[in-house]
Design a binder for this molecule. Structure first.
Ligand code: NCD
Length: 303
Protein backbone atom coordinates (compact mmCIF):
# COMPACT_ATOMS: atom_id res chain seq x y z
CA UNK A 1 0.00 0.00 0.00
CA UNK A 2 1.33 3.39 -0.98
CA UNK A 3 1.64 5.81 1.96
CA UNK A 4 0.48 9.38 1.48
CA UNK A 5 1.65 10.88 4.80
CA UNK A 6 4.35 9.54 7.12
CA UNK A 7 3.04 9.99 10.64
CA UNK A 8 3.77 6.75 12.48
CA UNK A 9 6.16 3.82 12.12
CA UNK A 10 3.10 1.61 12.57
CA UNK A 11 2.01 2.54 9.03
CA UNK A 12 4.94 0.67 7.49
CA UNK A 13 4.64 -2.90 6.32
CA UNK A 14 7.75 -4.98 5.76
CA UNK A 15 7.55 -4.68 1.98
CA UNK A 16 7.50 -0.88 2.04
CA UNK A 17 10.40 -0.80 4.49
CA UNK A 18 12.45 -3.07 2.31
CA UNK A 19 11.63 -0.99 -0.76
CA UNK A 20 12.96 2.08 1.07
CA UNK A 21 16.09 0.23 2.19
CA UNK A 22 16.79 -0.94 -1.38
CA UNK A 23 16.33 2.59 -2.66
CA UNK A 24 18.69 3.84 0.08
CA UNK A 25 21.35 1.35 -1.10
CA UNK A 26 20.99 2.61 -4.67
CA UNK A 27 21.23 6.23 -3.56
CA UNK A 28 24.28 5.49 -1.42
CA UNK A 29 26.06 3.81 -4.27
CA UNK A 30 25.08 6.69 -6.58
CA UNK A 31 23.00 4.51 -8.86
CA UNK A 32 20.09 6.90 -8.71
CA UNK A 33 19.00 9.86 -10.81
CA UNK A 34 19.69 12.94 -8.72
CA UNK A 35 17.15 15.25 -10.30
CA UNK A 36 14.18 13.16 -9.42
CA UNK A 37 12.46 15.94 -7.46
CA UNK A 38 13.32 18.91 -9.59
CA UNK A 39 10.49 21.46 -9.50
CA UNK A 40 9.27 20.24 -6.11
CA UNK A 41 9.36 22.34 -2.94
CA UNK A 42 9.65 21.12 0.65
CA UNK A 43 8.53 23.24 3.59
CA UNK A 44 10.19 22.48 6.92
CA UNK A 45 8.21 23.62 9.96
CA UNK A 46 10.12 22.98 13.17
CA UNK A 47 8.52 24.06 16.44
CA UNK A 48 11.23 22.27 18.43
CA UNK A 49 15.04 22.31 18.07
CA UNK A 50 16.75 20.07 15.54
CA UNK A 51 20.12 19.72 13.87
CA UNK A 52 20.22 16.37 12.11
CA UNK A 53 16.60 15.87 11.18
CA UNK A 54 16.01 19.28 9.63
CA UNK A 55 19.36 19.61 7.90
CA UNK A 56 19.36 16.05 6.57
CA UNK A 57 15.81 16.47 5.22
CA UNK A 58 16.75 19.77 3.60
CA UNK A 59 19.97 18.34 2.20
CA UNK A 60 18.07 15.29 0.92
CA UNK A 61 15.59 17.53 -0.92
CA UNK A 62 18.36 19.66 -2.44
CA UNK A 63 20.34 16.58 -3.49
CA UNK A 64 17.29 15.25 -5.30
CA UNK A 65 17.02 18.49 -7.26
CA UNK A 66 14.18 19.99 -5.19
CA UNK A 67 14.00 23.25 -3.26
CA UNK A 68 13.36 24.08 0.39
CA UNK A 69 11.44 26.79 2.21
CA UNK A 70 11.71 26.95 5.96
CA UNK A 71 10.88 28.94 9.02
CA UNK A 72 13.58 28.77 11.58
CA UNK A 73 12.17 28.13 15.04
CA UNK A 74 8.53 28.03 13.95
CA UNK A 75 7.28 28.44 17.53
CA UNK A 76 8.88 31.86 17.75
CA UNK A 77 9.10 33.15 14.19
CA UNK A 78 6.03 31.76 12.47
CA UNK A 79 2.53 33.15 13.04
CA UNK A 80 2.14 30.60 15.86
CA UNK A 81 3.71 33.33 18.01
CA UNK A 82 0.73 35.54 17.12
CA UNK A 83 -1.69 32.82 18.16
CA UNK A 84 -2.32 31.14 14.81
CA UNK A 85 -3.51 27.54 15.13
CA UNK A 86 -1.53 24.70 13.58
CA UNK A 87 -4.53 23.91 11.38
CA UNK A 88 -4.51 27.38 9.84
CA UNK A 89 -0.74 27.36 9.36
CA UNK A 90 -0.96 24.05 7.49
CA UNK A 91 -3.91 25.18 5.37
CA UNK A 92 -1.77 28.08 4.19
CA UNK A 93 1.67 26.45 3.95
CA UNK A 94 0.42 23.45 1.96
CA UNK A 95 -0.43 25.76 -0.93
CA UNK A 96 3.20 26.93 -1.09
CA UNK A 97 4.89 23.53 -1.29
CA UNK A 98 4.71 19.88 -2.34
CA UNK A 99 5.64 18.27 0.98
CA UNK A 100 5.68 19.44 4.62
CA UNK A 101 8.16 18.14 7.18
CA UNK A 102 6.97 19.05 10.66
CA UNK A 103 8.36 18.75 14.19
CA UNK A 104 6.08 19.85 16.99
CA UNK A 105 6.08 19.70 20.79
CA UNK A 106 2.57 18.20 20.94
CA UNK A 107 2.03 14.48 20.54
CA UNK A 108 -0.38 13.97 17.64
CA UNK A 109 0.41 17.33 15.99
CA UNK A 110 1.64 15.75 12.74
CA UNK A 111 -1.49 13.68 12.46
CA UNK A 112 -3.59 16.83 12.92
CA UNK A 113 -1.45 18.58 10.28
CA UNK A 114 -1.99 15.71 7.83
CA UNK A 115 -5.76 16.14 8.14
CA UNK A 116 -5.53 19.71 6.90
CA UNK A 117 -2.88 19.24 4.24
CA UNK A 118 -3.35 18.50 0.56
CA UNK A 119 0.35 17.65 0.27
CA UNK A 120 2.18 14.84 2.08
CA UNK A 121 3.11 15.53 5.71
CA UNK A 122 6.14 13.87 7.29
CA UNK A 123 6.33 13.62 11.07
CA UNK A 124 9.83 14.69 12.14
CA UNK A 125 8.94 14.25 15.83
CA UNK A 126 5.68 15.00 17.66
CA UNK A 127 6.38 15.60 21.33
CA UNK A 128 6.92 12.30 23.08
CA UNK A 129 4.94 10.57 20.33
CA UNK A 130 6.92 9.26 17.38
CA UNK A 131 9.80 9.94 15.02
CA UNK A 132 9.26 7.43 12.19
CA UNK A 133 12.01 8.54 9.81
CA UNK A 134 14.60 8.26 12.60
CA UNK A 135 13.47 4.67 13.12
CA UNK A 136 13.89 3.96 9.41
CA UNK A 137 17.45 5.28 9.41
CA UNK A 138 18.17 3.37 12.64
CA UNK A 139 16.94 0.08 11.24
CA UNK A 140 18.76 0.67 7.96
CA UNK A 141 21.96 1.21 9.98
CA UNK A 142 21.38 -1.99 11.96
CA UNK A 143 20.86 -3.98 8.76
CA UNK A 144 24.03 -2.53 7.29
CA UNK A 145 25.86 -4.36 10.14
CA UNK A 146 23.73 -7.47 10.67
CA UNK A 147 22.70 -9.49 7.64
CA UNK A 148 20.09 -11.46 9.50
CA UNK A 149 17.27 -10.04 11.61
CA UNK A 150 17.99 -12.28 14.59
CA UNK A 151 19.73 -9.82 16.88
CA UNK A 152 19.09 -8.72 20.47
CA UNK A 153 18.71 -4.98 20.95
CA UNK A 154 19.02 -3.24 24.33
CA UNK A 155 17.16 0.06 24.42
CA UNK A 156 18.49 2.21 27.21
CA UNK A 157 17.43 5.42 28.93
CA UNK A 158 14.24 7.44 28.71
CA UNK A 159 11.93 4.92 27.08
CA UNK A 160 8.84 6.74 28.30
CA UNK A 161 9.51 10.02 26.52
CA UNK A 162 11.94 8.95 23.80
CA UNK A 163 9.98 9.12 20.56
CA UNK A 164 12.70 7.34 18.56
CA UNK A 165 12.10 4.25 20.73
CA UNK A 166 8.35 4.51 20.15
CA UNK A 167 8.95 4.35 16.40
CA UNK A 168 11.80 1.85 16.27
CA UNK A 169 9.89 -0.86 18.18
CA UNK A 170 7.02 -1.18 15.66
CA UNK A 171 9.55 -1.53 12.82
CA UNK A 172 11.38 -4.28 14.71
CA UNK A 173 8.05 -6.06 15.23
CA UNK A 174 8.22 -7.16 11.57
CA UNK A 175 11.17 -9.41 12.40
CA UNK A 176 10.11 -12.32 14.63
CA UNK A 177 13.62 -13.30 15.73
CA UNK A 178 14.51 -9.88 17.12
CA UNK A 179 14.64 -9.66 20.93
CA UNK A 180 14.30 -6.38 22.81
CA UNK A 181 15.70 -5.64 26.27
CA UNK A 182 14.26 -2.41 27.67
CA UNK A 183 16.65 -0.92 30.24
CA UNK A 184 15.32 2.10 32.15
CA UNK A 185 14.37 3.35 35.58
CA UNK A 186 10.83 2.17 36.37
CA UNK A 187 9.49 5.71 36.11
CA UNK A 188 10.84 6.02 32.55
CA UNK A 189 9.69 2.63 31.28
CA UNK A 190 8.31 2.16 27.76
CA UNK A 191 4.63 3.22 27.52
CA UNK A 192 1.99 0.57 28.23
CA UNK A 193 0.40 1.07 24.81
CA UNK A 194 3.70 0.28 23.10
CA UNK A 195 4.18 -2.87 25.18
CA UNK A 196 0.63 -3.95 24.36
CA UNK A 197 1.38 -3.42 20.68
CA UNK A 198 4.50 -5.58 20.95
CA UNK A 199 2.64 -8.29 22.86
CA UNK A 200 -0.07 -8.45 20.22
CA UNK A 201 2.63 -8.97 17.62
CA UNK A 202 4.38 -11.58 19.76
CA UNK A 203 7.59 -9.61 19.96
CA UNK A 204 10.02 -11.02 22.50
CA UNK A 205 10.86 -8.28 25.02
CA UNK A 206 11.88 -7.92 28.66
CA UNK A 207 12.18 -4.97 31.01
CA UNK A 208 14.89 -4.34 33.55
CA UNK A 209 16.61 -1.56 35.46
CA UNK A 210 19.90 -3.44 35.32
CA UNK A 211 22.34 -1.73 32.98
CA UNK A 212 24.62 -4.74 33.01
CA UNK A 213 22.17 -6.52 30.71
CA UNK A 214 23.77 -4.62 27.82
CA UNK A 215 26.29 -7.45 27.79
CA UNK A 216 23.61 -9.67 26.20
CA UNK A 217 22.93 -7.29 23.31
CA UNK A 218 24.13 -7.13 19.73
CA UNK A 219 22.77 -3.60 19.39
CA UNK A 220 22.91 -1.11 22.25
CA UNK A 221 20.54 1.75 21.48
CA UNK A 222 21.34 4.46 23.98
CA UNK A 223 19.03 7.48 24.44
CA UNK A 224 19.06 10.86 26.14
CA UNK A 225 16.91 11.58 29.19
CA UNK A 226 14.39 13.90 27.53
CA UNK A 227 14.85 16.97 29.72
CA UNK A 228 12.21 19.04 27.90
CA UNK A 229 9.48 16.53 28.83
CA UNK A 230 9.99 16.88 32.60
CA UNK A 231 7.82 19.32 34.53
CA UNK A 232 10.17 19.22 37.49
CA UNK A 233 13.97 19.55 37.09
CA UNK A 234 14.53 17.58 40.31
CA UNK A 235 12.88 14.56 38.67
CA UNK A 236 15.07 15.02 35.62
CA UNK A 237 18.22 15.18 37.74
CA UNK A 238 17.26 11.95 39.45
CA UNK A 239 17.67 10.04 36.18
CA UNK A 240 20.30 12.15 34.44
CA UNK A 241 23.53 10.16 34.38
CA UNK A 242 21.96 6.90 35.57
CA UNK A 243 23.13 4.91 32.53
CA UNK A 244 26.40 6.03 30.99
CA UNK A 245 28.38 4.10 28.39
CA UNK A 246 32.04 4.73 29.13
CA UNK A 247 35.30 2.81 28.91
CA UNK A 248 34.36 0.55 31.82
CA UNK A 249 31.09 -0.53 30.16
CA UNK A 250 32.86 -1.23 26.86
CA UNK A 251 34.55 -4.18 28.54
CA UNK A 252 31.19 -5.89 29.06
CA UNK A 253 29.94 -5.51 25.50
CA UNK A 254 30.09 -8.22 22.89
CA UNK A 255 33.00 -7.88 20.52
CA UNK A 256 30.64 -7.64 17.52
CA UNK A 257 28.07 -5.41 19.24
CA UNK A 258 27.24 -1.96 17.89
CA UNK A 259 26.54 1.15 19.94
CA UNK A 260 23.89 3.47 18.54
CA UNK A 261 22.29 6.75 19.62
CA UNK A 262 19.85 8.97 17.71
CA UNK A 263 21.82 11.98 19.02
CA UNK A 264 22.16 14.55 20.46
CA UNK A 265 24.01 12.95 23.35
CA UNK A 266 24.47 14.81 26.58
CA UNK A 267 26.49 12.67 28.97
CA UNK A 268 25.16 9.18 28.27
CA UNK A 269 28.04 8.13 26.01
CA UNK A 270 31.46 9.48 26.94
CA UNK A 271 33.85 10.71 24.25
CA UNK A 272 36.32 7.93 24.92
CA UNK A 273 33.76 5.56 23.38
CA UNK A 274 33.84 7.38 20.02
CA UNK A 275 37.05 5.72 18.88
CA UNK A 276 35.81 2.20 19.72
CA UNK A 277 35.03 0.32 16.52
CA UNK A 278 31.63 -0.65 17.94
CA UNK A 279 30.50 2.99 18.14
CA UNK A 280 28.45 3.68 15.00
CA UNK A 281 26.32 6.68 15.99
CA UNK A 282 27.97 9.08 13.56
CA UNK A 283 27.56 6.59 10.73
CA UNK A 284 23.92 6.30 11.85
CA UNK A 285 23.48 10.08 11.60
CA UNK A 286 25.10 10.08 8.15
CA UNK A 287 22.62 7.44 6.98
CA UNK A 288 19.87 9.94 7.83
CA UNK A 289 20.60 11.76 4.61
CA UNK A 290 20.39 8.69 2.37
CA UNK A 291 17.32 7.17 4.00
CA UNK A 292 15.52 10.53 3.86
CA UNK A 293 16.39 10.85 0.17
CA UNK A 294 14.86 7.40 -0.29
CA UNK A 295 11.76 8.34 1.74
CA UNK A 296 11.21 11.47 -0.37
CA UNK A 297 11.77 9.58 -3.62
CA UNK A 298 9.32 6.94 -2.42
CA UNK A 299 6.66 9.54 -1.52
CA UNK A 300 6.86 11.22 -4.92
CA UNK A 301 7.10 8.01 -6.93
CA UNK A 302 3.88 7.62 -8.91
CA UNK A 303 4.18 3.86 -9.43
C1 NCD B 1 15.91 12.67 18.61
C2 NCD B 1 14.58 13.41 18.71
O1 NCD B 1 14.47 14.58 18.34
O2 NCD B 1 13.65 12.75 19.14
N1 NCD B 1 16.86 13.40 17.89
C3 NCD B 1 16.94 13.23 16.53
O3 NCD B 1 16.04 13.55 15.79
N2 NCD B 1 18.04 12.63 16.05
C4 NCD B 1 16.44 12.20 19.91
C5 NCD B 1 16.58 13.18 21.03
O4 NCD B 1 16.35 14.37 20.88
O5 NCD B 1 16.97 12.73 22.12
Amino acid sequence: MKLRHIISARQFDKKTLEQIFNLTDKIKSQKYNNNHLSGKIMATLFYEPSTRTRLSFESAMLRLGGKVITTENAAEFSSAAKGETLEDTIRVVNSYCDVIVIRHFNEGASEVASRYSKVPVINAGDGKGEHPTQAILDLYTIFSRFNRADFTIAMVGDLKNGRTIHSLCPLLAHYPKVKIIFISPKALAAPKSLKEYLKQRRVHFEETENFKKVELADVIYQTRIQKERFKNTRDYQKYFGKYIIDGSILKYLRSKAVIMHPLPRVNEITQEVDSDRRAIYFEEAANGLYTRMAILAYLFDKS
